[in-house]
Design a protein around this ligand. Structure first.
Ligand code: ZN
Length: 410
């Protein structure tokens, strides 16, 4: 193999030398062809030809700069509402009086920790026990909810929703303090105007920079404190457009989180579709929706420039004590971001959308034993007609994206 390779190399070098000589000959002939040109120019031309000669004989002639396109990929996973009712945090209490939510999430941990970036909608603010925990309708949750999300692989939390202002500014400030303590990126609710102005961008090791924006339709009638709009991002097309334009300059990919739609409706309404179209027209790459507390399908929406935006209209409840059947079903949506750099051209493609339907298992008599379980792993004793329900959810989620892949292994 080696001697053959050497022979081949010698032949290539010989061809290159012959070619190189050919070029020199051709160029050397030029002055003859341009008989009318002044003498001085000929001298300059000859000098230009002579000088590179030694290098051309030892090295192959420089090919036209045509580098291979560079293709990079990262994966993203996102979950819906973390809605921590009192029975959930009471169930999470451990011997020393603190809370541990990791056991509730451990069965879905593999699907959250494997992706480059994982996003969660933290619907209830984690103001902690010092400010008094509370449940529906004005929530305040233990800080340990945040720790559990971090421990199972979540990297970004979205905080703009109808419960953001439930317990006022103090709870928000305390919650943000904790998110900062555990180094969790948050978006949609901010500690001050300066914080609000800072677009959240995650710079991945692969070199793809992803920005995260989040807005909510409202705050359950609780007015935003005067002069403190930064406490919660409200859906406002002018503000969103300005933020999206800034995010575009700062990142390669924009993931927009929208808290919208009608509660308990399994299909998106016209307002949701209109907002997603608005985002697609502005070049947003992905829209993640929450609030209906039930799953709504995924779709591809074409923007005005022919770009394609991937949308999950609603990811349902991921962990809550809501007991109605469809409100116990949520999921992990996934997709791949592919970036191709070809010279100074950069292209982003969102591809290979996936979904893992999940179910909140708990004892309906004791309101305890909360566990988030992948639906494909549910047994008949955990849920009667488990496989029938699973098939129905798959059909529901993929009705507009028939090639949506369902994750059925770890
Ligand atoms: Zn909500």
């Amino acid at each position: 193999m080696k001697s053959k390779g050497l022979k081949l190399l010698l032949i290539i070098v010989a061809i290159l030398i012959i070619n190189a000589c050919g070029i020199i000959q051709d160029e050397a002939e030029d002055p003859v062809e341009n008989e009318n040109e002044p003498q001085t120019d000929e001298v300059v031309e000859e000098n230009e030809v002579e000088e590179p000669e030694p290098t051309e004989e030892t090295a192959p002639p420089e090919p036209e700069p045509d580098p291979e396109p560079v293709v990079k990929e990262i994966s993203v996973a996102a979950i819906g509402d973390m809605l921590i009712h009192n029975s959930v945090y009471e169930d999470a209490q451990i011997a020393n009086g603190s809370y541990d939510f990791v056991p509730m999430l451990e069965q879905v941990e593999p699907y959250l920790s494997n992706s480059t970036i994982t996003i969660a909608n933290q619907e209830t603010m984690i103001g902690g026990v010092e400010l008094g925990l509370s449940s529906y309708p004005t929530f305040n949750s233990p800080v340990e909810v945040g720790n559990a999300l971090r421990d199972v692989g979540v990297d970004v939390v979205t905080l703009a929703n109808n419960h953001t202002l439930d317990r006022g500014e103090e709870v928000i400030q305390r919650a943000i303090e904790h998110w900062e303590t555990i180094d969790m990126m948050y978006t949609g609710s901010y500690k001050d105007e300066q914080d609000r102005q800072q677009i959240r961008v995650m710079e991945t090791d692969e070199g793809i920079d992803v920005s995260f924006l989040g807005y909510t339709y409202g705050t359950n009638g609780i007015p935003v404190p005067e002069g403190k709009d930064y406490l919660v991002n409200l859906i406002d097309k002018d503000i969103m457009k300005a933020d999206i334009e800034r995010a575009k300059e700062m990142s390669d990919v924009i993931i927009l989180n929208l808290h919208f739609g009608n509660e308990y409706e399994r299909m998106p309404n016209e307002q949701q579709k209109d907002l997603v179209q608005f985002a697609a027209d502005l070049g947003v790459d992905v829209v993640i929706g929450h609030h209906p507390h039930v799953l709504q399908p995924v779709d591809w929406v074409e923007g005005k420039d022919g770009n394609k935006t991937f949308v999950a209209y609603s990811l349902g409840n991921f962990l809550s004590a809501q007991d109605e059947f469809y409100r116990r079903i949520g999921g992990v949506v996934g997709f791949t971001i592919e970036q191709t750099i070809d010279g100074d051209q950069e292209e982003i493609v969102i591809k290979e959308p996936t979904f893992l339907p999940t179910f909140v298992q708990f004892n309906l008599n004791t309101w305890s034993g909360y566990k988030v379980i992948p639906m494909y792993e549910l047994t008949e004793s955990q849920l009667s007609n488990a496989s029938g329900h699973y098939e129905e959810i798959k059909t529901h989620m993929s009705q507009w994206v028939p090639d949506l892949e369902f994750i059925e292994n770890k």
